[in-house]
Design a protein around this ligand. Structure first.
Ligand code: RAM
Length: 366
């Protein structure tokens, strides 16, 4: 008992000592490694955040107290983006906490954002679960002097300061149809297994895929269904099994989400359909390696999510510090990625996606 009390006192003393040096910017940079990964619901996340921000009040005064908000937690894609965001934070001497809800849901995201606005953080970098539903919240943040950079998945203009596109949206749509056509040998039934039905990024890409399918070159492909796995592994897996049962002649599942593509490839393997049904879309090399090797998903595409998170924080910091206003034509330096300019439509472009296959997948580790 006494021993416990002693350890507790010791811990308290350490905490007090730590809190005492919490105000200086260097310390903030040092604590970057201790990223907040909030696994609980947005409600709990919000409560915790309030406590945290109270403790971190000196850091707030010093500025550079940003929050990276993914669509949901527990998704390696967003975890990798956070790795890049923390790298940028270290270089810039700012603090980036990583906070989100466990499910990809706009209402939960709005609750979290409201709480972060109330805490007067210095900037928000958000991957949105709904482009329109988040506009009033984004607008409120901007009106309170908190810049809003969306990345990966956009809030509509009006609810954001700038949006960072991972690649040209049309190109992301087109490349997935090209890969599907390759795998189907030019003809047959294809289906799309997406994230949530409101996901701004997936919906935009699907729109471009449908347009691309109108091209005479793809007249042999028939899009038989679009289904939603909500960026949840189990739901995506079940939807993929359902597609194979409903469409026994299905040749390709295109999944423009890193969660859906890995779950679909696993479903194809488990169903013993490798070589008959092919999976393609957008995935991370580390999650897809085994399916490339098994032949369930011979090729897929993606950009580097770490670079996207890195660029989001450089952009946010450039705006939050007043280095740029965040308007079209503004140019700034984003560390190792070089210089970027905001385009006329208020977006920034990271760069082209990479196509992964057995030829190059082992060159990548994320
Ligand atoms: C999932 C998410 C994310 C998307 C990637 C490709 O991780 O839906 O928003 O960009 O897939």
């Amino acid at each position: 008992m006494k021993k416990h009390l002693l350890s507790l006192l010791l811990l308290l003393a350490m905490l007090v000592a730590l809190a005492a040096c919490g105000g200086d910017t260097d310390t903030d940079a040092d604590t970057d490694a201790e990223t907040t990964t909030t696994e609980e619901s947005a409600d709990t996340a919000a409560e915790e955040t309030e406590e945290e921000m109270e403790e971190e009040a000196p850091a707030d005064e010093a500025g550079g107290n940003y929050v990276l908000v993914p669509k949901n937690l527990g998704n390696p894609y967003f975890d990798t983006a956070n790795v890049g965001a923390q790298e940028a934070a270290g270089e810039l001497g700012v603090t980036v906490t990583y906070q989100g809800s466990s499910v990809a849901d706009a209402t939960e995201q709005i609750q979290l954002l409201n709480s972060l606005i109330a805490q007067n953080v210095d900037g928000l970098a958000i991957s949105a679960n709904d482009s329109d539903a988040l506009v009033p919240t984004g607008q409120e943040a901007i009106d309170s002097g908190i810049p809003v950079v969306t990345w990966d998945s956009a809030i509509s203009p009006g609810g954001r300061t700038v949006h960072i596109n991972q690649a040209v949206a049309e190109g992301i749509g087109d490349v997935q149809i090209q890969m599907a056509a390759d795998l189907a040998g030019g003809e047959g039934q294809i289906a799309i297994l997406s994230a949530t039905s409101t996901a701004p990024n997936q919906n935009e890409w699907i729109g471009f895929m449908e347009e691309e399918l109108e091209n005479p070159e793809y007249s042999g492909l028939e899009l038989v269904a679009t289904v939603y796995g909500d960026d949840e592994d189990e739901k995506s897996y079940n939807e993929a099994i359902g597609l194979m049962q409903t469409y026994p002649d299905l040749k390709v599942i295109i999944s423009p989400t890193t969660v859906g593509i890995a779950a679909s490839a696993r479903a194809v393997q488990d169903a013993g359909r490798v070589g008959e049904v092919f999976v393609t879309g957008l995935g991370t090399p580390n999650q897809m390696r085994e399916y490339v090797n098994s032949g369930a998903a011979p090729q897929f595409a993606l950009w580097n999510p770490a670079d996207l998170g890195y660029l989001a924080i450089y952009t946010l910091n450039a705006i939050a510090t007043g280095e740029i206003a965040g308007e079209p034509g503004d140019t700034f330096e984003a560390g190792k990625l070089g210089s970027y300019t905001i385009a006329d439509d208020g977006t920034i472009l990271l760069g082209p996606p990479t196509i992964f296959s057995a030829d190059n997948i082992d060159d990548f580790d994320f």
